[in-house]
Write a protein that binds this ligand. Sequence first.
Ligand code: FES
Ligand code: FES
Length: 171
Amino acid sequence: MSDRYPLELVVNGRRVRREVPSSQTLLEFVREDLRLTGTNLSCDTGDCGACTVLVDGQPYTACIVLALDVEGREVTTIEGLAARWQAQSGAAPPSLHPVQQGFLEEGGAQCGFCTAGMVMAAAGLLEANPAPTEAEIQAGLEGNLCRCTGYTKIIKAVEVAAQRMRGRPVH
Ligand code: FES
Ligand code: FES
């Protein structure tokens, strides 16, 4: 008997229908079935945040979520984040999401392995709280580990993004 079940959801604005194994994680689904490889696999145990995507705008560690558990929901990966922002704000393509722009300007990435997950977690944080304090940013990114940056530039990048999303001058 085949252990595959129908799954229908929206990924980066596109409706997707597949048959998936009951044990397949959301991370395996986006990376292997949809070839959206911007979302990284690292610990595979929910501890590092490298695999973070948005589900209905909220950050989820995709390595510990089953694909079938997000049936019918809206998933955004790093490949779709800029388009999500453009749809929300009316910004013209090819504009980046403000968090991506902030990481670029503030040097929020070094090796880049954590960056997609960190950007997605920060984008989800700012959807829930558009004006976070530094402590709230730190708490919001607590589950995302970075071995390179020391976090200072990442926090600054998120602050800059929050100001820009609120329409306030940056610097
Ligand atoms: S790879 Fe998912 S939390 Fe580390
Ligand atoms: S930039 Fe290297 S792990 Fe974060």
